[in-house]
Design a protein around this ligand. Structure first.
Ligand SMILES: *[C@@H]1O[C@H](CO)[C@@H](O)[C@H](O)[C@H]1NC(C)=O
Ligand SMILES: *[C@@H]1O[C@H](CO)[C@@H](O)[C@H](O)[C@H]1NC(C)=O
Ligand SMILES: *[C@@H]1O[C@H](CO)[C@@H](O)[C@H](O)[C@H]1NC(C)=O
Ligand SMILES: *[C@@H]1O[C@H](CO)[C@@H](O)[C@H](O)[C@H]1NC(C)=O
Ligand SMILES: *[C@@H]1O[C@H](CO)[C@@H](O)[C@H](O)[C@H]1NC(C)=O
Ligand SMILES: [Zn+2]
Length: 506
C-alpha cells in the first residue's frame, strides 16, 4: 500500500524498456494437456490453502530481505531482486501450468534532497520541485510574462539570471525547460492560489531542453516580488538545491495459465516491493504469498477462463509496475481482461476485514461496472464465514488504479494500514481501538512475527474462492464495458496524479 501523500521517496513515470511481455502462448495446442485435471472447485481450492504454507512463504520473503544489510525489498535492491527470482522459480515449478514472464522496466527515482531559497540574503519559505537538478546559484530575478508557457514569454535579459514565473496553464516542467532555453540559471515558480505547492517537473528528459534548478514559493511572496521588480528594484535570489536522481531497473513477474478462455481472463495481483524502512511482510508480502499460494494450488485444476497473476514491482514508488503492464497491453489484450482483483496487505496485526468499495455505497467512488458485484461476492464470503466486513475506499492507493482507469471491474480485500481502528471496528473485528490497524506499516517491524495469521488465512482463502468462481464463470458480472477500454478519453495526467496522491505536474 502506497503512502497516501507522496513524501520522501517520490514516484517517477515508468520509462519504456524493450522486451515487454509477449502475447500469451495460446493457440499452441496446449489445451489437451490440462483436460485430465478436475474442474476447479471453490471448497477444495480454499481448503488447500494452509497457514503453514502462508507462514513459510512469508518467512521466505523475510529471509530474502534479511540476507542483506538493508533488510528490505525496496525496488532495485538485492532483497527485491531475490523476491522476483523466487517467485519466477516457484511459478515455473508447476509443470508448465503457467507461462511465466519477467517484464523489465526502468524508472527514474528521486531519492531525497534538500532545497533552500534566500531573497537578498533573507531565507524565504519554498517548496521542492521534484526532478529539479542540483545547483547553488545566486542572481537577480527576472519576471517572466504571462504563464511562461511560450518561449516568447521569456525576455532576453533573463540570460544568466533567475526566472520568476507564475504557476498555471502548462506543466511546471515546461516552464523550467523554457527558462533554461532562455539562458536562465534557475527558476522560481510562484503559486496561483494561496500557499506553497510541492510539485514535480516530471521525469526528464523534455524535448524543449534541460531543466534548471527550480523551486516554488507562495502566491503571496511571488506577487510581492513581482511588484518590487516591476517597480524597478533589483532583487537577488539564491537557490541552493541538492538532489539525487537515479534510474532503477526492475521486473514485474507475470504468470498466465496455459489454458482457459483468454477473451475472459481473470487478472489478479499483489506488489512485490517494500519501502526502504523494513522487509514489507504484511505490505505486501502477505498479498504476494496469498496469490502465490493460490496460483500453486490452482495448478491442480482445470479452468474455464484464463487466469493471469501479476506480481508488481514499484508499487511503493507510485504504482509503477501495474501501470506499466496495463499501459503496454495491446487493445485486444486489455479488452480480454474481464476483471482484476488486488490484494495489498491481508495480514494486518490489528486487522479489519475490508473490501474495496466497488459499489460506492460507503465512499461514493464507484468502480467500473462489475466492481459492485465483486464487492458483493466478497461480502458473501465473509458472511458465510461468520465474519463482519467493512468497506475500504476505491481511492487509487494501490495497483488496481490502472485497471479501473481502463474500465476494468476490480475488487479485492484489505486488512488495514496506518488508519486507526475505531471503537465500532473493535466491536466488529476485535483487536484494539485507538491503535493503527497495522502499527508496523512502512516500518522495520513489518515482519512475520507481527502478522495476524487468522486474517491471513481468511483472506487468502477468500482469494481462492474468488479465483475458483471467476476462473469458472463471469456470468454474475454485467457485460464488459468496452467503451472505456482505450477508447474513452484517457484521464489527464494531472487528475491521474491527484488520484494517486502524487505531486501535481502543473
Ligand atoms: C536488481 O536487478 C536490476 C534489474 O536486473 C539491476 O539493474 C540491479 O542492479 C539489481 N540490484 C542489485 C542491488 O544488484
Ligand atoms: C540521500 O540518502 C542517502 C542514503 O539513502 C544518503 O547517504 C545521502 O546523504 C542523502 N543525500 C541527501 C542530499 O540528503
Ligand atoms: C551555496 O553557496 C553559498 C554561498 O553562495 C554557501 O554559503 C553554501 O554553503 C553553498 N551550499 C552548498 C551546499 O555548497
Ligand atoms: C457523490 O459524488 C458525486 C460526483 O462524483 C456527487 O455529485 C455527489 O454529490 C456525491 N454524493 C455524496 C453523498 O457525497
Ligand atoms: C460482528 O459485529 C458485531 C457488532 O457490530 C458484534 O457484536 C459481533 O460479535 C461481530 N461478529 C464477529 C464474528 O466478530
Ligand atoms: Zn502495499
Amino acid at each position: 500500500m502506497k503512502f497516501s501523500l507522496a513524501v520522501g521517496v517520490l514516484a517517477a513515470a515508468a520509462t519504456a524498456s524493450a522486451a515487454a511481455v509477449e502475447p500469451r502462448g495460446y493457440g499452441h495446442g496446449h489445451g489437451d494437456k490440462w483436460k485430465h485435471l478436475p474442474p476447479v472447485n471453490s471448497w477444495k481450492l480454499q481448503k488447500s490453502i494452509s497457514v503453514r504454507a502462508l507462514r513459510k512463504g512469508a518467512q521466505k520473503l523475510q529471509d530474502l530481505a534479511f540476507r542483506y544489510p538493508e533488510k528490505n525489498r525496496l525496488m532495485g535492491s538485492n532483497g527485491h531482486n531475490d523476491t522476483v527470482k523466487f517467485l519466477k522459480k516457484e511459478l515455473e515449478s508447476l509443470g508448465g501450468y503457467y507461462t511465466v514472464k519477467l517484464q523489465p522496466f526502468s524508472s527514474l527515482v528521486q531519492s531525497n534532497g534538500s532545497y533552500a531559497l534566500a531573497i537578498d540574503g533573507t531565507t524565504m519559505e519554498s517548496g521542492a520541485m521534484e526532478y529539479s537538478p542540483s545547483g547553488n546559484v545566486s542572481a537577480p530575478l527576472v519576471v517572466v510574462s504571462n504563464f511562461g508557457c511560450d518561449q516568447s514569454d521569456y525576455p532576453a535579459e533573463l540570460a544568466g539570471n533567475i526566472a520568476l514565473i507564475s504557476r498555471g496553464t502548462c506543466e511546471f516542467g515546461l516552464k523550467s525547460a523554457l527558462a533554461g532555453v532562455a539562458g536562465a540559471v534557475g527558476a522560481i515558480i510562484y503559486n496561483n492560489i494561496p500557499g506553497i505547492i510541492q510539485g514535480t517537473l516530471g521525469a526528464p528528459p523534455r524535448p524543449e531542453g534541460d531543466y534548471v534548478p527550480t523551486l516554488s514559493i507562495s502566491q503571496e511572496d511571488g506577487l510581492a516580488l513581482v511588484e518590487q521588480i516591476t517597480g524597478g528594484a533589483t532583487v537577488t535570489g539564491s537557490l541552493d538545491i541538492a538532489t539525487t536522481i537515479e534510474t532503477f531497473y526492475t521486473n514485474n513477474v507475470i504468470a498466465t495459465t496455459n489454458h482457459g478462455k483468454v477473451e475472459t481472463t481473470l487478472a489478479l495481483g499483489a506488489h512485490t516491493d517494500s519501502v526502504a524502512a523494513g522487509p514489507g511482510i504484511n505490505d505486501d508480502g502477505s498479498g504476494t504469498i496469498g496469490i502465490l499460494e493460490v496460483a500453486k494450488q490452482l495448478a491442480k485444476y482445470k479452468v474455464k477462463n484464463a487466469v493471469t497473476f501479476g506480481f508488481w514491482s514499484g508499487e511503493e514508488e507510485g504504482l509503477l509496475g501495474s501501470t506499466y503492464w496495463v499501459e503496454h497491453l495491446s487493445p485486444t489484450e486489455l479488452a480480454n481482461i474481464r476483471a482484476y482483483l488486488n490484494f495489498d496487505m491481508i495480514a494486518s496485526p490489528n486487522y479489519i476485514h475490508a473490501i474495496y468499495d466497488g459499489d460506492g455505497s460507503a465512499f461514493n467512488e464507484t468502480g467500473p461496472a462489475g466492481s459492485a458485484e465483486i464487492e458483493h461476492f466478497f461480502e458473501k464470503y465473509f458472511s458465510s464465514n461468520g465474519e463482519n466486513f467493512t468497506a475500504t475506499a476505491f481511492d487509487g492507493r494501490s495497483d488496481y488504479l490502472a485497471f479501473i482507469e481502463n474500465g476494468i471491474p476490480a475488487g479485492g480485500t484489505f486488512t488495514g494500514a496506518e488508519q486507526i481502528k475505531t471503537p465500532e471496528e473493535e466491536a466488529m473485528f476485535g483487536g484494539t481501538a485507538g491503535e493503527a490497524t497495522d502499527p508496523n506499516y512502512h516500518g522495520a517491524g513489518d515482519t512475520v512475527d507481527n502478522l495476524n495469521f487468522d486474517a491471513f488465512e481468511l483472506h487468502a482463502k477468500g482469494i481462492a474462492a474468488a479465483v475458483a468462481k471467476y476462473a469458472t464463470s463471469f456470468e454474475s458480472l454485467p457485460p464488459k464495458d468496452l467503451e472505456k477500454r482505450g477508447l474513452a478519453a484517457p484521464l489527464g495526467r494531472s487528475r491521474m496524479r491527484r488520484r494517486k496522491g502524487l505531486k501535481p505536474l502543473q
